[in-house]
Design a protein around this ligand. Sequence first.
Ligand SMILES: C[S@@+](CC[C@H](N)C(=O)[O-])C[C@H]1O[C@@H](n2cnc3c(N)ncnc32)[C@H](O)[C@@H]1O
Length: 292
Amino acid sequence: MTCRMTADLDPAQARPFLKWVGGKSQLLPELLKHLRADVRGYCEPFVGGGALFFHCAPWLRTRRLPAAIADNNTQLVSSYSAVRDDVEAVIGALRSYAQRYNKSRRHAARKRVYAEIRAEQIPPAEHARVAARLIFLNRTCYNGLYRVNRRGQFNAPMGRYTNPTLCDADNLRACAAILKGVRTVAGDFEATSEYVGRGDFWYADPPYVPLSASSDFTSYTKDPFGPAEQERLAALARRLKKRGIVVLLSNSDTPLVRKLYKSGFDTRVVRARRAINSKTDRRGPVGELLIW
Ligand SMILES: C[S@@+](CC[C@H](N)C(=O)[O-])C[C@H]1O[C@@H](n2cnc3c(N)ncnc32)[C@H](O)[C@@H]1O
């Protein structure tokens, strides 16, 4: 990797600007145990809201280590690029969405504005507007859930918030500072193998193996992440490890995951978590596996 980070604003204050389902903030202390002091770079192929990335970024930056964040959600990656390259334009567009939404406090009126903004088709090249719309929807939709239909159109319903913070300009500017010099890549996780090298830290937090047919969490995305993708990921992790890359993965503790990483990897169960959006919620906690 060749990118380098530069200073602008106080990066130590940057917090993820999106809440993301499957976000890893609760697991940070466990993940950090695997980030060796001698790593030479950082790469996250399923960055989502970037809980680990934002936490580590000041440390990476102090050491002038290159970093790359990737995801196959193109709107998400465009948002990172826009915040990095033109944060004031993102803030401006987000403020105008916020004004429209805050014009009325009535739920029905807000719901109409939400539906209008959700239906907007923004040309992909307009990164700042793409980012503002995604942040707006993320702040106002039900549980911050990113859900799309088969055509890839965002279709999560509006949540019930009295006074959501729609535009946290200070945090967005701190995020812009932390993202300077960070490579942002939209695409399949396998492409990250092209730009990681010996000694780099590569952390993969994929959509989880469903715990049961009814907890098919992967159905929230246009491109499902099924057993074939899990196998492809395990094969990639194996190849990267052979190349001297410091790999770390998290996944649900299921027979398939155990089987895929049975040989050539170490594993440990790190905390109890519950299946999301499924009846299995009521069946109690399940393990989460760290793999390296
Ligand atoms: C569990 S979330 C990651 C959460 C993240 N660790 C966080 O802290 O917010 C999984 C992510 O993988 C992305 N994804 C799904 N399929 C992918 C693929 N084939 N290649 C790359 N990213 C993919 C999704 O868009 C989603 O953002």
